[in-house]
Each structure stands twice: as C-alpha cells, then as structure tokens.
Design a binder for this molecule. Sequence first.
Ligand SMILES: CCC(=O)SCCNC(=O)CCNC(=O)[C@H](O)C(C)(C)COP(=O)(O)OP(=O)(O)OC[C@H]1O[C@@H](n2cnc3c(N)ncnc32)[C@H](O)[C@@H]1OP(=O)(O)O
Length: 635
Amino acid sequence: MASRYHEVYDGWKRDPEKFWADAAKAIDWFSPFDTVFDPNAGVYGRWFGGASCNTCFNAVDRHVAGGRADQIALIHDSAISGAVRKFTYAELKREVVALTSVLKNRGVQKGDRVIIYMPMVPEAAFAMLACARIGAVHSVVFGGFASHELATRVDDARPKLIISASCGLEPGRVVAYKPLLDKAIEMSRHKPEACLILQRDQLRCELKENHDIDYADAVARERAAGANVDCVPVLATDPLYIIYTSGTTGQPKGIVRDNGGHMVALKWSMENEFGVNPGEVFWAASDVGWVVGHSYIVYGPLLHGCTTVLFEGKPVGTPDAGTYWRVISEHGVVALFTAPTAFRAIKGQDPKGEFVPKYDLSKFRTLFLAGERADPETIKWAEQKLNVPVIDHWWQTETGSPMTINPAGLGLLPVKYGSPGVPMPGYDIRVLDDAGHEVPRGTLGNVVVKLPLPAGCLPTLWNADDRFRQAYLEEFPGFYKTADAGMMDEDGYLFVMARTDDIINVAGHRLSTGAMEEVLAAHPDVAECAVVGIADAMKGQVPLGFVVLNAGVTRDSGTIETEVVTLVRERIGPVAAFKTVVTIKRLPKTRSGKILRGTMQKIADKEDWTMPATIDDPVILDEIAAALKGRGIGL
Ligand SMILES: CCC(=O)SCCNC(=O)CCNC(=O)[C@H](O)C(C)(C)COP(=O)(O)OP(=O)(O)OC[C@H]1O[C@@H](n2cnc3c(N)ncnc32)[C@H](O)[C@@H]1OP(=O)(O)O
C-alpha cells in the first residue's frame, strides 16, 4: 500500500487546528471544547480548552456500553509466577469501580494526588484508571527505584494516598516492596494519609494499624456493597497524571499529562502510527512505571478498544529466550513494542532464532522498538527471524507518544536503518546549531521541535512552570529542546545520535549521571567524583563512576568502591545498573574547574579523543587511562 504519510503530514502543517479537531472526534467528550488550541493559556498554550471529559470513561465505560463488554481488555501474563489472568472490559469496569469507591471513601477527590508504587500486576492498571475515574492525579513510580527516589517523588507530588503491593517478582528473587515504601515515607517530609497494599502470595507483609489498608479486602467490601461510582467530568486541561523523569540533578522532573490532548494523541497514534485496529491484541513489553507503560500498556490500547498485555517477566530467563514468542502466539498479539535491549538479550541467548519456529506467530504483524537507539544489526536480526517489519521510533517521556516513526497505519515508508523514522503530525522538527541557527540537512545539531507542542505533550512540569521554561524552552526561543543531538537527511528522516546533557540511557531506562554523582559524593571517604555513561553491548550504555578519596583515607579503595556501588543501589535502585567505580588520584579538569567527563568517557570507550586545549594538567588523563586499564576498561 502506498504511504499516506506525506499527505497527512502536509495536511497537518497546512491546518493544525483542523487536524486536531478531526482527531478529537474519536473521543467521547462530556462537553465540547471552546478552542482547539489556545496560545494564550498556560506556558506555551493549551489544547481543547473548555472541554470536559473523562479518560477512564473513554478507556473503559464506553467500550462496555458500545459492545465490547465481553471482549478481553487486559491480559496479565506473569512469566515469573506462571499465572495468566484475563479481564473483559465489563470485568475491568467492575474492578475499577470498586477501587474508585475505596479511594472515594478514603477522601480522595478530583485533583488529589495518588502515588502508585507497584510491580507488573493488573491492579496497577486498575489503580491508574480508578484515579482517572474520579479526577485524581496518579503518579506511578517504577518499582526498580529505591526508597530515596520514591521519597523525592512523595515530597514533590504530595499524595493523599499511596497504592502499593507487598512484593514484586524479579527472576530468582522476590523484591519486598513494603519495607522500601515504609522507609520512603519515613524519609519524606510529606506523609500520605494511608497506604492501600495489595498482598501477593509470594510474600505477604505486615500492615500498619490505622494506616495500611488491605487492597483485596477493601475492594471486596465495596463490591459486596454494590458500589457504583460514575466517571467525574474533568477539564481536558486538568492533569491526568504526573510521571517523574530524570533531571540533571537528583530532583526529578514531574512531567504533567493532561486528559484531553493525551486521549486524542494516543487514540490517533494507535491507529495511524502503530496500525492496530480496535479488538486486536497489542503488547508493550515495558513497565507501567515508564511512559511506555502509561501510553501503550494502559491508556492507548484501552482507549482504542484493544486487548492489552501486561507482562511480568523478562525477554530471557523467564524461562528462556522463547518467552516473547510464547506470549505472542498464546494471546494472538498483532504488534509488540519493546526496547532494543530486550532483543539484544534474546539474540545473545538464541542467535540462530531457534525458539521462533516453535510458536505460531501467524497473527503477528509488526515489531516496534524504542526507548534507546536501535542498532541496525539488532533490527536486521529481528526482521530476518520474525519476517515482519521492524519499526524503530523516537519519543520521550515528555511527549507521551512518538515524535518520529515509520507510520504503520498510514502505510510504511522505506526503512532506513539507524533512523527512527519521520516526524509525526504535530512535530515540526528542526536541527539547530548551538547559536540557534538551522543547519543544512545531513548536519549534526540540536534536535528541537517548533512550538507549540502538539496535543498529548507535557504542558508544564508539576508545580514548576519556571523549571519547565528553563529546562526546555529558553535555550532555543520558540522551540522545545529535546536534549537529543541528531540530523535530518534529505528525505526528512531523523537520525538521533546522542544526548546533549548528562542523561544516559541504560537498557531503555533514562538515568541522570548527575543524580548518581550526588550519591557518590555522599560517601564519607569521597572527596570528588564523576559518573559517565560508557558503551555496553547489551544495555546500550552503563554508568561508570570515578572517585577521588579524601586526603588521609587509608581504608582499602576496593572496599570503598564496593560501598559506593551499594550506596547507589540503595539510594537510586537496582535499575541504575551501577556496578563499576574506579578510584583515581585526581579528576581531569579545565583551568576553570570543569570536569572533563566527555574525555574520560572517550578514553573508557576507546574512542578517538583530542587533548582539550583548556586542560589544567594533561598528565591526569594518562593516570585515568592507566587506572581504567587496570580494570580491563578501554583496552
Ligand atoms: C520512548 C519513551 C521511553 O523511552 S520510555 C522508557 C522505555 N524503556 C523501557 O521500556 C525499558 C526497557 N527495558 C526493559 O524492559 C528491561 O531493561 C529489560 C530489557 C526487560 C531487561 O530487564 P533486566 O534484565 O531486569 O535489566 P534492567 O537493566 O532493566 O534491570 C537492572 C536491575 O534492576 C532490577 N529491576 C528491574 N526492574 C525492576 C523492578 N520493577 N523492581 C525491582 N527491581 C527491578 C533488575 O532485577 C536488575 O537487578 P540486578 O542488578 O540484576 O540485581
């Protein structure tokens, strides 16, 4: 089929308001919008001002009323425990209504915040939808974060209630969530009024009297009492959720997502970008704690009337490299969205793809990869083994849906390996030099988006308009700064090469090296430190720490390094994958005192580097190279 991409994209460019007004027809509004886009509202404008709506209504209730009551809405497939649970749209509604009633009875109202700190269980999705149903603002915190990170989010979001679970399941270990939650609440200045705890059989936990509520008991009580809570009308511009993402310091940024624009953008993307039809099975193998989980495990598929798969497992080891193919065949998945790391892991264990023919993948049409750079070898391997189009695409927590993709629903364009595709309607993507001038096609520069951002993107940061302006809008006036560096080719395909800030991407997880440095610096024996992201064949990048010890420290440096690694795991969490610290005598700096992290990374990655003209003492770089060689790095 010839691609309609150019026609659709040009149509958006000619008349953006018409484009979004047409897209908005796919959503059921309680009352219509006054303006499609109001440039004078908010920081850079707001979408669908004046409209009232409800995201839970569109994701659940309208499907029940509209003939999908008996269609499976959500499949929980736990490759770790072996359990599979399925919920029809009618059952999903019953679960969500009962939970909403629990929240309501605990005094949770429109505008209140609720933190959800849960493993990959269906109750995490119920919790998100229950908040949406009464207009409460949820903030899901990824389970791989430790107490300190959770506490930071508690203090910023100030939740009335926290919904959590007794434990999560990782391969070979049960992760006790409750002690992490209790410690976070102990550390935070803000204290939630109560915690609703889902007890899992693998590890039950003690509940605190007058504070912790048993999730199952509370929901069962409401169900027995015949609870019924209607969807509360909220403004299209009211926040649906806050999702925290790494900033350049230890203080994460609270990305705000509104109700109206978010629904419109996701519904459009499901059909036109992912090429999926209502009633089909869509699987995003990510975590509800990440934006992919919000957009493409929960909201996107449900808004579109699809069946979504919520998978608790890993691409390998649960139990083998055939797990993904088992899930696709067992549940009739038509499209899978995952991170390239997952495919590198599968390829590493099953290079010949011997597990693939063991399963019936006849319904499977498309593989989507995002979250980190997809290397061409991995894409080609997946194409060859699966015999379906493999679509790399690019977006951010901030945007909530793809900025660039090869749009399956509009008809695929030719694939260019190494490129995550072409800009989607709403995104006028430019590449600028550091002075803000557009560079010629094929030239590397700062990737930016001309304002306004489209429906579904963040309107601001939670309680931090100024930080939003400063972080995203000030450096290139009139544009949103993606903080990615890349280039656009003659055919309008984008190539994304690197970050322009201190964020690194570890297995698709966006992490701040600045936040890690704050942890290293907190060790009593550390005088100075630096963290850089170095290349890793499996995870794309991993962090590498350097520490300079305080004068007079006589303790064994190996012991201190182990303590530093433990500290990062305790403060940030296992997801940081922080495993290596090298003790050095001095850090290389410019004469003005700036640490030469870029040069250190190049030495560790054995890339070409030139002696920085402003370096204070060039000999230090030899010391670094020697220290790294001693650890088998940069050889
Ligand atoms: C497009 C917009 C975006 O970019 S949104 C972000 C998209 N990113 C993603 O969806 C993430 C994709 N990555 C993954 O799903 C995983 O990394 C995959 C590929 C499955 C590999 O998982 P895994 O083998 O656990 O490695 P990892 O690097 O993720 O984990 C490192 C350590 O953290 C742990 N961990 C992970 N998740 C949890 C959790 N929910 N609760 C507790 N612990 C967790 C892992 O067990 C691992 O621990 P350890 O160091 O091995 O002890």
